[in-house]
Design a protein around this ligand. Structure first.
Ligand SMILES: [Zn+2]
Ligand SMILES: [Zn+2]
Length: 323
């Protein structure tokens, strides 16, 4: 979300740093634990939440967007925000084991490490192709990424005898909803969602081994997402806390416009419970928190309204949480 440019003004820089240190203690502990080598792959479908903060603002607390879906232990990465590579390592996922990458939309909190994660998988021993899926111009972006890194690639190929990484990434551009990928273990389905002005923007649903987990991407409350998530075991849904945003934008001359813009492209806490209820999911996990690094927002401020609207389980997302 480019609206985060306003945050660069540093209005909350001091408190954000403090927030990261205090609120980040649990994820940091988890990260330390997760740094151990991965144990034997679990069977079935699970998801590790790599980052729960919306926007590209990098700080010591919650990490930025990234989710790894594991199908019998095989990783499918969804979104590549800042720090996603190190969060994969913290989660015990070897980079070279990634099989597919899905990008929801082209905001940099969702795609900035897309090329880097593949590049670093390559120098970490990647020896079979990764397939990536996402909105146009993903092919052009991929070509330009390899061009950007051509110097290092040619040196390493000659000097270290590595394969050509450009042959290890196959791109499929998506411009419409439907089943994106299917094999005998997993089906991945995409829905278009409403995230103006970014088009197209997708949500993804994973079905495997009798379980289903959906990630909303960035969106307003959207009937197409509700249809995609129908009956799912877990819905990971983005959310914004409007009073928290108000507190930040209050002193800006364009406060009204900015607030309007955020609400026009994201889902407030007072709407997200209705989405989970109408989709009849079992569990709602709040993620892509905006603002995700303000210590003055208590946990209940995120969960109270969704719990009033939705009878199922409501969980406030945490980095490295396993679902
Ligand atoms: Zn975002
Ligand atoms: Zn976005």
């Amino acid at each position: 979300m480019d609206t985060w440019r306003f945050w660069r003004r540093g209005l909350i820089a001091g408190t954000a740093a403090a927030a990261g240190l205090s609120r980040g203690s649990a994820p940091m502990q988890a990260a330390a634990q997760g740094a151990a080598p991965a144990t034997a792959p679990r069977r079935g479908l699970e998801c590790i939440v790599l980052g729960t903060k919306g926007g590209p603002r990098v700080g010591p607390g919650r990490s930025n967007p990234g989710y790894v879906f594991l199908v019998d232990g095989v990783p499918y990465l969804v979104d590549c925000g800042p720090r996603v590579t190190s969060q994969l390592v913290a989660a015990g996922i070897p980079l070279q084991s990634i099989r597919k990458i899905f990008i929801t939309h082209h905001h940099n909190d969702h795609n900035i490490e897309y090329g880097n994660v593949v590049n670093l998988a390559w120098t970490n021993g990647l020896n079979r192709p990764i397939e990536s899926y996402g909105p146009p111009p993903l092919k052009r972006m991929t070509e330009l990424f390899w061009e950007l890194n051509e110097r290092d690639i040619s040196i390493r190929m000659a000097d270290e005898g590595r394969p050509d990484p450009r042959a290890l990434l196959n791109v499929a551009e998506l411009d419409k909803p439907g089943v994106v990928y299917e094999d005998d273990k997993v089906r991945v389905t995409a829905a278009l969602v409403n995230h103006p002005p970014v088009e197209p923007a997708f949500a993804y649903r994973f079905d495997a081994a009798g379980r289903s987990i959906v990630f909303s991407g960035d969106t307003t409350a959207d009937d197409r997402l509700i249809a995609l998530a129908r009956g799912a075991d877990v819905l990971l849904h983005e959310v914004i806390h409007v009073p928290g945003i108000d507190a930040i934008v209050a002193s800006l001359p364009n406060a009204a416009t900015l607030r309007e813009h955020l609400i026009a492209s994201h889902t407030p806490t007072y709407d997200v419970g209705r989405v989970a209820k109408e989709a009849r999911v079992k569990k709602l996990v709040l993620t892509h928190l905006v603002p995700g690094d303000n210590p003055r927002i208590p946990d209940e401020a995120w969960t109270d309204e969704p719990r009033r609207a939705f009878n199922g389980e409501v969980v406030l997302g945490q980095d490295l949480m396993r679902l």
